[in-house]
Write a protein that binds this ligand. Sequence first.
Ligand code: ZN
Ligand code: ZN
Length: 826
Amino acid sequence: MTSLHAVRSAPPPGTDPLPQGGSPSPAGSALPGADLLAAVLAGTPEGEQPVTHVHRMPVRDSRTLPWPAWVSPELRARLEAQGVRVPWRHQVEAAQLARDGAHVVVATGTASGKSLAYQLPALTRLAEDPRACVLYLAPTKALARDQLGSVAALADPSVRPAAYDGDTPVEEREWVRRHSRWIVTNPDMLHRGVLPAHQRWSSTLRRVAYVVVDECHAYRGVFGSHVGHVLRRLRRICRRYGAEPVFLLASATVAEPAAAATRLVGAPVVAVTEDGSPRPGATFALWEPPLTDRTGEHGAPLRRSAAADAATLLADLVERGARTLAFVRSRRSAESVADQARSVLRDRGRGDLARRVDSYRGGYLPEERRELERALSAGDLLGVATTNALELGIDIAGLDAVVLAGYPGTLASLWQQAGRAGRAQRESLVVFVARDDPLDHYLAHHPRAVFGRPVEATVTDPTNPYVLGPQLCCAAAELPLVPEDLADFGGPAARARVEELVAEGALRRRPSGWYWAGRGRPDVDIRGSGLAPVTIIEGDTGRLLGTVDGDAAHATVHTGAVYVHRGETYVVDELCVDDAVAVVHAESPEWTTVARDVTDLAIAATDRSRSLGTVTAHTGVVDVTNQVVAYQRRRLGTGEVLAEFPLDLPARQLRTRAVWLTLDERAVGRAEVGDAELPGSLHAAEHAAIGLLPLLATCDRWDLGGVSTGLHPDTGAATIVVYDGHPGGAGFAERGFAVLRRWLQATRATVASCECESGCPSCVQSPKCGNGNEPLDKAGAVRVLDVVLDELAAAEEADATEGDGGPAPAPDRAGSCGGDADDLVF
Ligand SMILES: [Zn+2]
Ligand SMILES: [Zn+2]
């Protein structure tokens, strides 16, 4: 969030703690959150208890500090005129660190006014030094535009904030370079536009005092690893012109923000994590739909869908006058949730209310958003089902309730969505409805994972050779590399990569350094993962819809696949592998598709091993050969297999990083799994482990792959492998190795606590299993995980020095969190 949220006036206890000044509730009749929840639950059938946990988020009063004496008086006057009487503590702490010359990351909650933390030192510096300038990097254009307005309102006229991105007309670019002192751009533009043309930018680059990296948790995985190098290149070029800018980063609350930011910038970064902003009260319920009589793959029981429960909740809440947003996964789902909610209301004789429920199916046009804001604020609309399009960049604070149908993938998104609720005077209600999925199931039963100290870390791996190599070429093309540069780019890994690049003829060694030896400039796509992306084209119109990652293309846009792009559903007419093009048409069939593949995995190198008695954990490099051989049509909702079609796609090689466990015969014996159960037990543990890694690393289960076998030729033992699904790895497997015990504890808890008898989508079945979820042995998986966890516990007792918690104190986002004594200790 970049909009300015600081203390406008310290609220007296018990009154509106929201700084945004949200409009008063026109409905005016909605109950407090806890009462809304009770009212909704009163309607659930006897014997059904979907709520697994209720968390009270008390009103949090603000903690402030006086204005630092160095803040420019004009800036302070402008802020005060906007109603910011006194800054919050984290804003001052971060601003002071940056003022003193430290790179700093402020990692606090949604709407905690992180922008003020960097605006104070940056704008003060611009006021003090009429030549100084600031580079501001945003991951999205919407955020960039927000930022322009915010800075323009605070800065003196000489700052001339301006955007320099793909949309900036060529004739304006020169003006921005010459005159703007607050340049709003993005990593892509730095990479392609600014750094390769650094001579043209030299007068700006020598004057850069601060570089602001907003929403830096967005830079993760392979893309984040590239961005890390773009920032290193920026620092190197600035140094060349005599500038040493201070980096100011803003992040969502994540685990280990200092470590993540340090990895991103390539220099030590200090974290400020204690949030001093006030927060309205809320009742936050975790909700898991019950198992039903319906069955899916191999007769597994299925839960009622999160969308169905979200629709009923939406109707219930609207009926009680609560202005409610329901977040769902796709636009189609938004429409169907709104439809279902309307029909529930009509069945109850409330056709009047049904008319006040809608789905947000507009695009991203500002006027459509404003109309929605207006209709919600005025109370014309009471309930809206939406995709995450309304998660950011829209001002509809002051809602009575928010329903989240399914985990949105990261805690940052979850809090962003939940933060849409929060209103004057009364506490609001947030309901997280779990999907039929291991991570959702885990979260529904482990409130501390949601409300406690965050365990999810923003993961990047700048030493990925597929990132490092191209980036070193870019750096050398900008300015010859000298040995001293290499420390920044990864030290020994960079040195080794440079030698390889020389051998490959990409770089040329000369006495004054390593030079780019190729023609023109290196062509490096920082959003790609190595394989050429596949272009998606709508056949009827020839319209270019977008691209999918090359790695994922065979599994997601094969001929016949049902593919959801930006919330719209399409069916693929043909995937042309040679041209890297998928031709699609808009269609929403009653089924989804799942690819079936065969995977072969060889261990290329073991980097680190950790012996745990009868079990050993490893991390290293693997070669994965994968071939998508068929796909299945599965009925929406139940997953029932309707038909299977063969596919003729070439096998593909992937060299990547992995984490793997080997269990020797004693371990297998202790787990009491016979030869017949062993493959299913390992396979089930692998599926659940893949489902749970996104709890600890900012990835998606689709970013990961796995292989398990009772006897792997390369290890000679029972083996479970989880690998990064991107060439060279993205840091996910490394993270899994580093937090192995927490990861497997969560995995074990998920499988053991699931009420199904022998495996279901909430525990060990995987929607992406290339083997049709066979064989799977749920009970055996629990016993295998028990043995591994026993060995890990024994090893850690022996070490007694384990723990990867950073020195920073945990942000107090949650308040008290009682009633989960069975929870894991994070
Ligand atoms: Zn289950
Ligand atoms: Zn599988």
